[in-house]
Write a protein that binds this ligand. Sequence first.
Ligand code: RB5
Length: 154
Amino acid sequence: MMIAIGCDHAGVELKAQLSMLLKSEGIEVKDVGTNSGASVDYPDYGSKAAAAVSKGQVDRAILICGTGIGMSIVANKYRNVRAALCHDVYTARMSREHNNANVLVIGSRLTTPEAATEILKTWLHTNYEGGRHEERLKKISKIEESFESNESKT
Ligand code: RB5
């Protein structure tokens, strides 16, 4: 499995920690930055990782900013991306079982390093349940398709 990981200046330390965890699990990591504490704009880094998921260049992505909100907004603009902002093990588990989330977003200013480790482990090892959830995800895909047909009319 290959996972892209990206952050803004608020998430550099947590990105390093979670990258090590991914590698220890035998996962190939595509680090899209940022890699210093200098202030940057989260859409620039969220876009790189979300686009890689959208195009199928990586299997999943992890995004980190201060609250997790900005990265969530950016990632969910991309086709085929289902980004979930997870604050605990429960939301991480549900985001996989019910939403088949392919992007995990964490708010570094709200999440301890220990909690982030548990969130990521849960997210990596929880499978999508399918079944009744599949129809719901298909409805989301239809919304994306409707945007595309609206764009072609303008
Ligand atoms: C940066 O200060 C902060 O706005 C950013 O990390 C994120 O929380 C945005 O949603």
